[in-house]
Ligand binder design. Sequence first.
Ligand SMILES: Cc1cc2nc3c(=O)[nH]c(=O)nc-3n(C[C@H](O)[C@H](O)[C@H](O)COP(=O)(O)OP(=O)(O)OC[C@H]3O[C@@H](n4cnc5c(N)ncnc54)[C@H](O)[C@@H]3O)c2cc1C
Length: 430
Amino acid sequence: MPRPRVVVAGAGFGGLWAARGLAGADCDVVLLDRNNYHTFFPLLYQVAAAELAPPDIAYPVRSIFRRAANVEVHMARVTGLELENRRLLTSLGPVSYDVLVLALGSESHYFGVPGAEQHAFPLRWMHDAIPLRHHILTRFELAAASEDPLLRRRFLTFAVVGGGPTGVEFSGALAELIYGPLLRDFPAIDRDEVSVVLLEAADGVLGGMPDHLGAYALERLRRRRTKVRLGVRVEEVLHGSVRLRGGETISTDTVVWTAGVRGDPGIAGWGLPLAPGGRIRVDEHLRAEGHPEVYVVGDLAWSEHGGGPLPQVAQVAIQGGRSVARNLRRTLRGQPTEPFRYRDLGMLAVIGRNAAVAHVFGRAFRGIVAWILWLGIHVTWLIGFRNRALVLVNWAWNYVFFRRAVRLILPAARVAPDDIDPTPSGDGGR
Ligand SMILES: Cc1cc2nc3c(=O)[nH]c(=O)nc-3n(C[C@H](O)[C@H](O)[C@H](O)COP(=O)(O)OP(=O)(O)OC[C@H]3O[C@@H](n4cnc5c(N)ncnc54)[C@H](O)[C@@H]3O)c2cc1C
């Protein structure tokens, strides 16, 4: 009997751990991603805030599977699915599968806010973080060269939409970048000309965490000069401003969108059962309902546990990927599969130097203890010894010297997917 062919689409957290779990198994694995690297998204905001360089948080996928003889890696964009023919459509042509593992992640969700998709900066992929970092550094250059106070204020106002972990972490890191190294580099700019504004529709930040941790994060952000505006809704993002409900307009060139994610709308036409947020509804084994040969893991999967869907976080994707690999191995041995059980390991968010919040192992931590926990956990989960070492060295440098190493505005490169994919990629930033 021929060996089954398992195609894993996406080498993010879910896809990578599924393919790792199948290395050495009695099947052929084809792992596809539009990039030739895996990204460690929890540190992406540090790339945008000039704290880390892109290669510090990315790792070549082929290197990870160098020793796995049954895993074939390809850089390819997934463009469609033919369920009846069991073929995945890609920029390299159709790829046949016996079993498909979809792990394509999520896209920024703008909730239909006019102008957000056109004018706001998402913070979802590496190709979002690099242009955003360039844009922020360029605003300082433009402000320093301008004598018009209104224009300077527009250049120097940075609005972050969404008070979840990414919005909190990014505004904290941005405030540290600006009120530390950047103002030292630009003595002609006064600190009162600069604003970092965090806009959140709810009445607190870090919604999924215990209230006292959210309150601590809020207080620390404000102490670090971030203006946190609670209970405000963004009505429209325009070129050069953002309009709030009630008519107030903030003049800014920089609106960073961290308010939510959803499944890629293109997937809606693939014939898989859809759930809210453009996700795919899966059964207790993470198989798309009605299609037992298609597994879905990570952000794209709508898997109900305890009356609601699992959150779109790294641990759900990692544990989902591992569970699928375990079940496929069991199937290959003729054993029955086991349902996916998610073990909640908790949640962390860092506000900046010596300040973080953590709700782990059922306990709440804040301040320097949470910060050390955050550092340790993130370094542990990074892929590759070199990346761990680079990140640690960069953090130590920032910590000791109050500097940011990555403050260069480099020429924008045309990214590789255009070479592999003649169709417009959407990967080239805004
Ligand atoms: C800025 C940011 C910060 C975050 N911080 C945290 C955190 O601190 N803790 C936490 O637990 N979670 C965090 N998350 C969430 C976490 O990263 C996601 O839940 C997790 O990455 C989901 O894993 P996944 O495998 O579903 O998708 P991803 O890890 O997003 O991987 C998807 C992969 O699919 C590839 N892909 C997508 N579309 C295509 C296509 N059409 N063709 C080919 N390849 C494609 C992508 O290149 C990517 O490699 C953060 C997310 C972001 C964006």
